[in-house]
Design a protein around this ligand. Structure first.
Ligand code: NOJ
Length: 608
């Protein structure tokens, strides 16, 4: 059988790090090979929409009250999107105070309470860090506007003098990436009303990009890291991790970058010269120095604190640079998310992901949905199943949500069968589809406004969760208020409607996560399943790594641990396949009858 992945084995600190694994020539940190971030299931909480203790917007107390749901689901950790002080122009990814909680979400004491309750329940907590840009209401940006051109305050951002727009860079949300100070809505009548300088905003004009060439910016973020580490967080999800350093010449660039998959479309202005291979605003070599600095900071704290990169970088070998042993610990695998529902494509992305990450001794992560993309229960029921348009509008072709959910469950069981770390997005355990008919008048995503409605935006995957089928607002908030409307059909998807129902999506997720943990699938040796060579399937075999056979992660080395079974994971696409003789179905995403695994189904098999 062809080996697909071999887990990293324990190592002592060494100055003889293999060339592929070393990023700076410094000694690689020791690994036990079993750190939690190598194999965990991590659940993303989008605070605005998880649960509210009062009012239409979710909040930290609401999250704390509902943490038992995550314990019962069996996940290891939660990652929370930002809950810091913010004008909420981009759902909290526009931070105006990194060391405090927005009053809409609660208080700092509520955050501390949430962290300690999560820890009591055995859940680790990852918080979001937004270092590429601040809000324009951050005190640094207010000071920069007030201090004027040439001031040290402006050196913390990318201000430029220029008669015309300084270059042709586009905002990820549409339109130019530059805003002239005098064109700001707050300019009239202000001291900067005639100010002709421009500032860079790769996202909304309310999200000015920070200048990471300025040492003050480095110091500030190390201090912010320490602030939250001191409050017990287990890690940080780093927003736009590939964007912090820009080519200082700010050259024109003909390509286009899309959120999440980072696809660059070459559209050179003169029609002749090709676009440069790498965007001058993304994935510059200088970013790695920042993550080495942060790695050192985290290493000073007990308990395996971790950094996870949100970096839209391809190919996987380039992305793997972010998770070299002295940089970050994980990076989201968006190539997997962006893949079509296609056996050959998925096999390819699984193989290249392991090859790239294994070379630097990092875990591979697996993710299908998050707060920026169409939920996979809908995406996989569309004509094109890869990462695509930004949002679905009522007038757009609608997804087949029955087909989508069937495939989504198959995709999830495939994902949970893979070694490495798995990210789940809130609500996917309920089989929630995208809200694909939201009225435009209710939309809040800046991408909707900056593209003149051409992109519907991400609100459809951010609808408040249904907890109780018979309560107003499906129990999202005590008074039933929700900041976005929930489809009436979600009553049958509510947590209480699915709990204890054998064939519900929620019980399916619970069982799959339980088996993954019991069998230690997160740390496994993987090989392609040769019996299915040439078939329209993804099929691999998961077995205990040689050194760990019979000793699942966290098991007491002195007590005899049950031998974990060899598990065959099979996902079907166009054709049905038979369960091989001598094997039985331990769990499947759709019923397997008379030994036939139907199309669009994943099954985990053990020996009968
Ligand atoms: C990526 C985040 O996931 C997204 O929600 C946000 O809009 C951008 N970064 C800008 O911070």
């Amino acid at each position: 059988m062809l080996t697909l992945h071999t887990p990293v084995s324990p190592s002592a600190p060494s100055s003889e790090t293999p060339a592929t694994a070393s990023s700076s020539g410094s000694a690689a940190p020791a690994t036990t090979g079993r750190e939690w971030w190598r194999h965990s299931v991590i659940y993303q909480v989008y605070p605005r929409s998880f649960a509210s203790s009062g009012g239409p917007l979710g909040d930290l107390r609401g999250i704390t009250e509902r943490l038992p749901h995550l314990r019962d689901l069996g996940v290891d950790a939660l990652w929370l999107s930002p809950f810091y002080v913010s004008p909420q122009k981009d759902g909290g990814y526009d931070v105006s105070d990194y060391r405090d909680v927005d009053p809409r979400f609660g208080t700092l004491a509520d955050a501390e309470q949430m962290i300690s309750r999560a820890h009591e329940l055995g859940l680790r907590v990852i918080v979001d860090l937004v270092p590429n840009h601040t809000s324009d209401e951050h005190e640094w940006f207010r000071a920069a506007l007030a201090a004027g051109p040439g001031s040290p305050e402006r050196e913390r951002y990318w201000f430029r003098d220029s008669e015309e727009v300084p270059n042709n860079w586009r905002s990820i949300f549409g339109g130019s990436a530059w805003t002239r100070v005098c064109d700001r809505p707050d300019a009239p009548g202000s001291p900067w009303e005639d100010d002709q300088q421009w500032y860079l905003n790769l996202f909304d004009s309310s999200q000015p990009d920070l200048n990471w060439n300025n040492p003050e910016v480095h110091q500030e973020f190390v201090s912010i890291l320490r602030f939250w580490l001191d409050r017990g967080v287990d890690g940080f999800r780093v927003d736009v991790a590939h964007g912090l350093v820009k080519d200082p010449d700010l050259p024109d660039w003909g390509g286009e970058v899309h959120m999440v998959d980072g696809v660059e479309e070459s559209d050179p202005a003169d029609g002749e010269s090709p676009a440069p291979p790498r965007a001058p605003m993304f994935d510059q070599d200088g970013v790695h120095e920042i993550y080495r600095e942060w790695h050192e900071v985290l290493a000073q704290y007990e308990g395996d604190r971790a950094l996870v990169a949100e970096a839209w970088v391809t190919p996987e070998s380039q992305l793997a640079k972010y998770v070299r042993p002295d940089e970050m610990h994980q990076a989201f695998n968006f190539a997997f998310l962006a893949s079509e529902w296609d056996a050959a494509q998925l096999r390819e992305v699984i193989a290249t992901s392991y090859a790239a990450n294994d070379a630097v001794e990092a875990p591979t992560t697996w993710v299908m949905s998050n707060h920026d993309v169409i939920r996979h229960a809908s995406r996989l029921g569309m004509d094109f199943t890869g990462k695509q348009q930004n949002g679905i509008g009522a007038e757009d072709p609608q997804p087949d949500n029955v087909l989508g959910l069937r495939r989504a469950k198959a995709a999830t069981l495939l994902t949970l069968g893979l070694a490495g770390s798995v990210y789940l997005y809130q609500g996917e355990e309920l089989g929630l589809p995208e809200h694909s008919t939201l009225p435009d008048a209710l939309r809040e995503d800046p991408a909707f406004f900056r593209t003149g409605g051409e992109e519907k935006g991400r609100d459809g995957c951010r609808v408040p969760l249904p907890w109780e089928a018979s309560s107003p607002g499906f129990g999202f908030s005590p008074d039933g208020e929700t900041w976005l409307p929930q489809p009436a059909s979600w009553a049958r998807l509510a947590v209480d409607a699915q709990t204890g129902e054998d064939d519900s999506t929620l019980e399916f997720y619970r069982e799959a996560i339980r088996l993954r943990r019991e069998w230690d699938l997160g740390i496994a040796e993987l090989a392609w399943d040769a019996d299915f060579d040439g078939r329209d399937v993804v099929a691999f075999v998961s077995s205990a790594p040689a050194e760990a056979a019979g000793n699942p992660a966290g098991a007491d080395a002195d007590s005899p641990a049950p031998q974990r079974p060899t598990v065959r994971v099979i996902t079907t696409f166009g054709e049905a396949v038979h369960v091989p003789e001598g094997w039985q179905v331990a769990i499947s995403s759709s019923p397997v009858t008379e030994g036939v695994i139907g199309t669009d189904t994943t099954a985990w098999l053990t020996r009968s």
